[in-house]
Ligand binder design. Sequence first.
Ligand code: MIG
Length: 811
Amino acid sequence: MEKFRKNFTFIGKIKSFKQVENELIFEASHKFIKIIILSNKMFRIRMGDSENFAFDFSYSIIKTKWEKIPIKVKETDIAIIIQTQELKIIVEKSPYRLIVKNNDDQIIWEDINSSAIGWKDNEIIYIKKMPEDEHYYGFGEKTGGLDKRGYSYRMHTKESPFYQTKTDPLYQAHPYFIGLRKNNAYGVFFDNTWETFFDMGKGFKDFYIIGAKNGELNLYFFYGPTIKEVIEQYTELIGRIMLPPIWSLGFVQCRWGYKDAKKVNEIASKLRENKISSDMLVLDLDYMKGKRVFTWNDETFPDPENWTKIMNEKGFKLITIIDPGVKVEDGYYMHDEGVKNDYFVKKTDDGFWHGYVWPGKTYFPDYTKEEVRKWWGEKVEFLLNKGISGIWNDMNEISYNIQPYLHRVKTKNTIFYDNGLNTSYEKNHNVYGLLMAKATHEGLLKCQPNKRPWILTRSGFPGIHRYAAVWTGDNTSNWQHMKMSIPMLCNMGLSAIPNVGADIGGFSPWINCLRKLVMRLDKNFATRWHQLGAFYPFARNHCVIFARPQEPWEFGEEALEIIKKYILLRYHWIPYLYNLFVECSKNGLPPMRPLILEFQDDEICYNIDDQFMWGEHILVAPVIKKNLKLHKIYLPEGIWFDYWSGERHHGKIIKSLPVDWHEIPILIRAGAIIPCQPDMEYFREKEINPLILEVYPDFNLESEYTFQEDDGESLEYLREKICTTQYILSCKNGDIEFIIGARKGQFKPNTRDYLILFKFIGTVKNIELDGTSLEKASDENLNKWYLDERTNDIIIKIQDTGEKRIIKINK
Ligand code: MIG
């Protein structure tokens, strides 16, 4: 450590300090530190060269005004102590040293014993103590396991074709993490767009290091104590998602190389013929004229307006890829407009900076300029007029040279507008994808003010979730990648990137044996990935142009049946998934969750990354190993029901389950109330009638669930066109009371019935609806109940009147 520290100058002692309302400014030997108290559990640290800190703006942050809270500041001989209702922030004077404690006097976050903040030229580092029982999560899109202790990462958005299980960095850059120790969680966001780095115990055993190549030390600290509270605060700061259109939660089919409309039609027909539920088809580079963005190839994709209309009628939305690079070519309107208006990224010496991407030599729009974002955003109208429903942003890291063996492209002397600061490529690089998505999002909203924009992006920086869903780029078709997708997507969820997915089946062939070039994927492998992918928040099968086809029907009848079953299960549960997104739009919590998010006090869950949760109630344990003989899964505390067999398990146990190709274990937590829809091949194929509720009672429990509905596509939900229903389940000694609360709100769902499945409860004595005994029937009948002898479910069908209903079941 000392050897490492020698390279840096450190901040040293505090000479003086002053308080201006909720800001404390410390003058140290060489620098100034400002601590800004934002709430009882949240503060910001900045470092500067003088009392006057640099002009302050952020591409990530949404909330800049915080209500002033009362704080107490006390000075002793050795320290200055700032007290909020939840935290004690101690700043020792000699040297400057920060220690954060909670109200129980537990240390949550602490600098090393010597001076912890240092710099060398433009580089800055901040060294923290790393208690041996502390664990780390977050960091956005990263390879590796769930618990990030022992890893080190660079935050630098980078195109990473053929990335492997240790490659770093990847496409997204999220200088943000969560620390967890003794059930206390905290979060740190380093709001600096330069390349930052985090060494979480790889370099040093007892310390971790936060650093940046350049820019300001500018950190936000959030205290939990729960991880959920950390995420809530982080997303209060950087904003929350807009609700995705409901069709975007369906299954998505894509590949690079659907070369014309005929091919896309064939895929669409096969999806429908095979009754594979799906809602979205994605067009890769081929639909454009010579890969020029915002052009359309009328020869290979003729009559797009009519074609997309027919596709929409069949229940397929079409999405088109758009890369940032604009072909350098006189006469091409995007080029000419960009040049004329000075919209492209420039060189300090002369002209525009250029690179080489799919269309050849390209210029890159400077999205750090509002005018450019507006220009770019409005271009989406071209695609909307053709009937396109959303935009896929690729190559936005920026990837500026796909032919490195032919060209040498340098970023030296390249400048961005950057809010008028005219700064270097390196400062703006990480936010390029974020700002491209922002431009696209704003454009979509402008052209279709009452439609929810839908964007998929590869690159991003904190804030990206406000505009886009994210997929994890060019993964590989092997078991390691299938497995790794779970911790990757879970950590993205913890990093406020909730709408995420990995390419199902894998994008690229195996790097060593290039198997996919000659052979189809193994059917067991492909099936397993679909069983898992059906639970990705964004579920897309996609692959590279030279791979063998990998659509669900490519692996034989039996595999197809299994894949269909899982996609259909996803569709069945989409109201539940959608409701998770509703929740996410309010509190930032992701739909796909590592177990640790739900069971933070269970240390066994700290590093479980081969299972995950869908919200609080559904646990998914996919098979992600070749030739697995026994599937060992961990069930945390509680009562769990095997979704397939109804078997009841007591949690805090490791279960060994036999492996069956047809199934992956799905466990439902007792007390769950899961809204479901009838089977359908795409949204709006039929109305949701009946609305199905799966209810999971147990001997003694109480639970409740609030279900929100809206039109699923417009922005009326922001104007209160929603309705909510609260369901309450109480079980006493096996007797069950289930209350459907009166529906509240302005949105009116279609006329419908409720089909309520009391799962796995078997024979009962008597059932009452609003005080009147219901008759038993032998199958589904309005206002009657029956026992499904195959599943042991008690099933009741009643009208959804919108009024309060009470069902009582005597066992
Ligand atoms: O350099 O558009 O990650 O999903 O199919 C490759 C072609 C460019 C990379 C994306 C991939 C996409 C492909 N793109």
